[in-house]
Design a protein around this ligand. Structure first.
Ligand SMILES: Nc1ncnc2c1ncn2[C@@H]1O[C@H](COP(=O)(O)OP(=O)(O)OP(=O)(O)O)[C@@H](O)[C@H]1O
Length: 374
């Protein structure tokens, strides 16, 4: 027997339940994100209409079942239930994503030693594209301009910063007891500025020991590097991420959500295709993408000829696809830190970092469209 005694009360109750559910990806409630488009209660029927960020949302089934579970808790007095989906408008989606990013940033407390520090991560889809080399080359070039620059080698088991800095014999020390310690970074003066570097390669006696670090331990190591290092509030922190989209980038997104990501690829279409996964990951983790760097783009021969041994166009392709700036095209060269292309790249990165957060956020809705079509 269908009861129609209190449809408006039931409607208000159901709306409160539906609006209070959290979106599994963005973390905020459907109500906060403006995703609840309709909760109708008639004599025999309850209809709920939810607007998703994108029509092909991979979490649609998960959202449907959590809605059904939550609504099942409420006495429907025998009414049938229909849950259907639509898509947020472009403006609604932009607003929802801005809220989600702000929520993530508010929820995370920046460690006191990194308060006021601008965070730049170098990421790539696969290894060997020159991400670590570019990260340290840019860090050195920023330092040369008189800034204090932290370098966090987040490639815990594949670290290369000690080798790149010719500092493999450096061992980091820590102050305090095991419950409450602070790791002191390796310090190096560069021009008017300085580098403060932390790498697992400066903590383990043998490089092979780090290979034993996996999963949870990896993210714990990153957490120590973020929270337990005497960073002393550098102007910039350059984070050298491991290739791909595993635990470490995920943990970084949680610990330091204000990080902006520079994506490194080589010019080959295959490499840039793999780099798209890293781009897509960064966007889904609510990190801001700063732009794309194409490394090993070309060789300038002494007689003036330019060769492109690894193909061409990969960097531009990914930059166009995500409507991001191409921050630089770096040639093949024996040492890259002195290259004029790296000096220009550093200027581009600092310029992009200085852009208003608002401008960067405006691309977000577009980026989501690109991601969902990968
Ligand atoms: N522009 C360049 N010209 C010549 N050699 C380069 C250039 N960029 C990087 N390399 C060389 O390529 C190799 C790989 O570089 P690097 O270790 O920085 O890559 P990566 O992407 O960080 O790889 P992984 O994540 O696997 O450590 C190194 O030997 C480095 O010296």
């Amino acid at each position: 027997m269908v009861s129609d005694a209190t449809p408006s009360t039931l409607q208000a109750r159901l709306r409160a339940v539906v609006e209070g559910l959290a979106d599994p990806e963005l973390g905020l409630t459907f109500g906060e994100l403006g995703m609840v488009k309709k909760v109708d209660v008639s004599k025999r029927q309850i209809s709920v209409l939810i607007a998703l960020t994108t029509p092909g949302c991979p979490l649609k089934n998960q959202i449907r079942s959590s809605l059904l579970d939550a609504i099942d808790e409420v006495d429907r007095h025998g009414r049938e239930l229909t849950v259907s989906f639509t898509t947020l408008t472009k403006d609604e989606k932009e607003r929802a994503l801005q809220l989600a990013r702000k929520g993530a940033q508010d929820a995370s407390t920046t460690p006191p030693e990194l308060e006021g520090t601008q965070l730049i991560a170098f990421s790539s889809g696969k290894g060997g594209v020159g991400k670590s080399s570019l990260a340290i080359a840019v860090a050195e070039n920023i330092a040369k301009r008189g800034y204090r620059v932290g370098v966090l080698d987040a490639d815990i088991w594949g670290f290369s910063q000690p080798q790149l800095l010719s500092a493999t014999d450096q061992r980091l020390s820590a102050d305090g007891d095991p419950q409450n310690f602070q790791i002191k970074p390796y310090l190096k003066s560069i021009g008017a500025g300085s580098l403060a570097v932390v790498s697992m390669g400066m903590m383990v006696e043998q490089a092979e020991s780090a290979i034993m670090w996996r999963g949870l331990m990896l993210s714990r190591a990153l957490q120590h590097f973020v929270e337990d290092v005497a960073w002393d509030n550098p102007d910039y922190l350059i984070i050298d991420l491991p290739p791909g989209t595993g635990d470490i980038p995920m943990t970084l997104a949680r610990l330091l959500p204000a990080t902006k990501v520079a994506l490194v690829t080589t010019p080959s279409p295959l490499a840039s295709h793999v780099a798209e996964r890293a781009a897509s990951f960064a966007i889904k983790a609510n990190l801001t993408l700063l732009g794309v760097i194409e490394n090993m783009s070309f060789i300038e021969c002494p007689h003036g000829e330019t060769l492109t041994p690894f193909g061409s166009g990969g960097g531009a392709a990914i930059a166009n696809r995500y409507q991001l700036p191409l921050l630089g095209s770096i040639p093949l060269a024996p040492t890259i830190s002195e290259l004029s292309a790296v000096v220009d790249l550093t200027s581009m990165i600092l310029q992009e970092m200085g852009r208003q957060e608002h401008d960067l956020l405006q691309c977000t809705a577009h980026l989501w469209d690109a991601v969902t079509n990968v």
